[in-house]
Design a protein around this ligand. Structure first.
Ligand code: ADP
Ligand code: MG
Length: 480
């Protein structure tokens, strides 16, 4: 950092949605940059004055505000107040500023008010000027985008994270094309990340997919400390300097300080979705985390790394799945052919099976057997279960033996697994069964059978004493 600041980096912190962390980011990033030794001015452009409150500027101290600067054309120096953080100054706002949107409409050069005002302090006074924008795309935001060289967009890790962002970026493009060609989108900061939800990670992935390297690597978590700090009028770096929130904002400050704005104007992001992930992932917001919950936080890079790994795994699983399904189809076709060969006449129709069964049942069934009668739906939909001898009495020869793992839905010839199974890894399971143990034949296509492959993996997991670390259980699909 130079001893005498050169040109300040003028950064608008904007997102037209409220409650995404703009003010928190303006205050925390400002304080963290000041801690690094930079001279920082935070300009509160939101009539709600949250950033002013967060920096501990009491209402009595807001004698001159950004309103006077923008509407009344007071010199900005008159409105600057110090904060409890050395090197961090503020231009506060009050609710009066809400009127500025309307008052400015009829004024000459209305978009340029703030830019002109900042000219007084943009050279040789501050290293960074951060502008906390209101949650709208009105004239105050346009003033900020006109005065700024850079834009930082906080995005909350939530279901509607990208809602309205397309509109904001279209406005940015308009400002870029018509008023401020030098404006650059410097970065996106992911806020209020909750490691307890999958949704948070999906939002990070999705935002990274659209904005790539523009997303800062650090991810700001949703913490109790960060939500408490404004109530004490202290930036997080003062309120709890050792907290995860403070640490993350310090990291963001380093990233912002080290990364210059891009050379190129912002690309057009036309196809931004509103909703990040399917509705299934929408979760009820859980309370912010306290420090104990925050041992391991991901970074954007680590999330993307995991996402890429997961994609590869998915592909492998897809292929595996396809192979299994193909195998199954072959098995079913073979079983059908075998059954047809066994049967000299045409296979009995479902109605015949039901009728024959019902007739026999009426003569000799006891209550227990009655319970075992296949339902009409079963008879129509699936081949009869192997343990129902009554049905198979209708054909000339008994069907081939089928392993009785539990009632399988399709008979299979010897040498083949009766039906698809899935293997479930179960750390606690102590029972260990295979088709062979259950009395069935051994698979003939052992080398290519995925179950055998799985069994091999299971074998490698044995520890030194030869005791399995994990047990494998074979489950029927749809399982027990
Ligand atoms: P915006 O300025 O975009 O409206 P704020 O920064 O005011 O958003 O944040 C909205 C609310 O969420 C505030 O009450 C703030 O204290 C809280 N908040 C912001 N960031 C975090 C965070 N990372 N963890 C917990 N609470 C947060
Ligand atoms: Mg705000």
């Amino acid at each position: 950092m130079p001893d005498t600041p050169g040109n300040a980096r003028i950064i608008a912190i904007a997102n037209q949605k409220g409650g995404v962390g703009k003010s928190t980011t303006a205050v925390s990033l400002g304080a963290a940059l000041a801690d690094l030794g930079f001279r920082v001015l935070v300009v509160d452009l939101d009539p709600q004055g949250n950033a002013s409150t967060g920096m501990g500027i009491r209402h009595e101290a807001r004698e001159r505000t950004i309103y006077d600067v923008v509407v009344g054309e007071a010199p900005i120096r008159d409105a600057v107040v110090p904060t409890l953080v050395p090197n961090l100054h503020a231009v506060p706002s009050t609710i009066d500023l809400a009127g500025a949107e309307i008052e400015l409409v009829s004024q000459f050069s209305r978009e340029h008010r703030l830019k002109k005002a900042l000219a007084e302090v943009s050279e040789g006074v501050y290293d960074f000027i951060l502008m906390d924008c209101p949650p709208s795309l009105g004239l105050l935001t346009v003033n900020a985008l006109t005065a700024a060289e850079e834009l930082i967009v906080p995005i909350q890790c939530e279901y509607y994270a990208l809602e309205g962002l397309g509109q904001l970026l279209r406005n940015v493009s308009l400002v870029q094309q018509n008023i401020n060609p030098g404006l650059r989108l410097s970065g996106i900061v992911m806020t209020m990340f909750d490691p307890r939800t999958k949704l948070s990670e999906q939002v990070v992935e999705e935002v990274q997919r659209f904005f790539g390297d523009l997303v800062y690597d650090v991810i700001i978590p949703r913490t109790v400390r960060l939500s408490e700090a404004p109530g004490y009028g202290q930036p997080i770096t003062v309120y709890d300097p050792k907290s995860k929130g403070a640490e993350c904002y310090r990291e963001l400050a380093r990233e912002v300080a080290l990364r210059p704005p891009p050379d190129e104007p912002m690309p057009i992001f036309d196809d931004l979705p509103t909703v990040v992930v399917p509705a299934v992932a929408a979760t009820i917001a859980s309370p912010p985390m306290d420090e104990a919950d925050l041992a391991e936080l991901p970074t954007v890079r680590s999330v993307m790394h995991e996402a890429a790994d997961a994609e590869v795994t998915d592909q492998v699983e897809d292929e595996f799945e396809t192979e299994q399904i193909q195998d199954e189809v072959v098995e079913v076709v073979e079983a059908t052919i075998d059954a047809a060969e066994l049967d000299e006449g045409p296979a009995p129709s479902a109605e015949e099976i039901v009728a024959a069964d019902a007739g026999r049942q009426s003569e000799e069934a006891d209550a227990r057997e009655l319970e075992e009668t296949p339902s009409v739906a079963q008879a129509l939909g699936d081949p009869p279960p192997d343990d129902d001898d009554d049905v198979w009495e209708e054909v000339d020869e008994p069907p081939p033996a089928v392993p009785r793992v539990s009632a399988p839905r399709s008979p299979a010839p010897p040498g083949q697994l009766p039906e698809r199974r899935v293997v479930v890894i179960d750390e606690d399971a102590v029972d260990y069964s295979t088709a062979a143990e259950a009395g069935g034949p051994t698979p003939s296509r052992a080398t290519e059978d995925p179950h055998t492959a799985v069994a091999d993996i299971g074998a490698t997991l044995e520890d030194d004493e030869g005791l399995p670390k994990r047990r494998w259980r074979l489950f029927r699909k749809g399982g027990e």
